[in-house]
Design a protein around this ligand. Structure first.
Ligand code: ADP
Length: 242
């Protein structure tokens, strides 16, 4: 029964850059429908882990299993088609295009071109889903920071993911935007999406994450329920010492 298995399973994953062991024997699992926080000090290997899962870089060793199949070493576009989408720490949208065209470009990646007008309707629905209702014809380059983040999220959702990887999606938001952002991520979970989020905003981690995996110098130093993990002495030490 595939539904009892974790959606994502990372086994002994590693990656080096020159002499730096950016990810050094990391293992963790992500249950279907859950939100897992990937946390740790700067330089601990979190973004590298996301890059490995999304196939942007090949691992040196270890295995990545997703939705019942091994995806280790697959190209990033193949991994998108398997059902993993992500956002980036530095927002990536196409500034010259309208919001709708940004989302339709992502839809076109997953759907047959004959989708035509349906794609435009789907783009409008996705823009509304992330809080950009009616903004379809606005140039993406004119969006505020939070709205460009919303647009990038709509583009990720347009890829029909089962697993969404968020790289500091909540960073740099003001308190009001942060509450809206947290509510939006919570609503994605209610819709059945599984999420791995690299995040530093502790309030967000506490309110959203079912579990947390804590990394330090490329290794996992804690993995468990969020409240328990955040109270663990080695986690507190890594953050204060880092
Ligand atoms: P985090 O996301 O936790 O801040 P990173 O995954 O970005 O950590 O980085 C982990 C380590 O790997 C750091 O020492 C960083 O300098 C190094 N690193 C990351 N990407 C590269 C790269 N492309 N080339 C060389 N070193 C890298």
């Amino acid at each position: 029964d595939v539904s009892g298995e974790p959606l994502l399973e990372i086994v002994d994953l590693s990656k080096s850059f020159g002499g730096v062991r950016a990810v050094d024997g990391v293992s963790f699992q992500v249950a279907r429908g859950s939100i897992v926080g990937l946390i740790g000090p700067n330089g601990s290997g979190k973004t590298t882990a996301l890059n490995l899962i999304s196939g942007l870089i090949p691992p040196r060793g270890g295995a990545i299993r997703f939705d019942g199949a091994e995806i280790t070493g697959l190209r990033s576009d193949r991994i998108v088609h398997r059902g993993i989408a992500r956002t980036f720490q530095l927002v990536r949208v196409l500034d010259e295009l309208t919001c709708a065209d940004n989302v339709m470009a992502a839809i076109a990646f997953r759907r047959h071109p004959s989708w035509g007008e349906k794609a435009r309707h789907r783009a409008a629905t996705l823009l509304a889903r992330v809080g950009l209702a009616g903004r379809d014809e606005e140039p993406a380059g004119r969006l505020t920071y939070i709205d460009s983040k919303r647009l990038e999220l709509a583009r990720a959702l347009a890829l029909d993911p089962k697993l969404l990887l968020l790289d500091e999606w909540l960073a740099g938001l003001n308190p009001t935007e942060l509450q809206e952002g947290i509510a939006l991520i919570a609503s994605l979970k209610r819709d059945g999406l599984t999420i791995v989020m690299v995040e530093h905003v502790m309030d967000a981690i506490r309110s959203l994450c079912d579990r947390c995996v804590v990394m330090n110098t490329g290794r996992t130093i804690a993995d468990g329920g969020t409240a328990e993990v955040l109270a663990a002495p080695e986690v507190v030490r890594a953050y204060l010492g880092g």
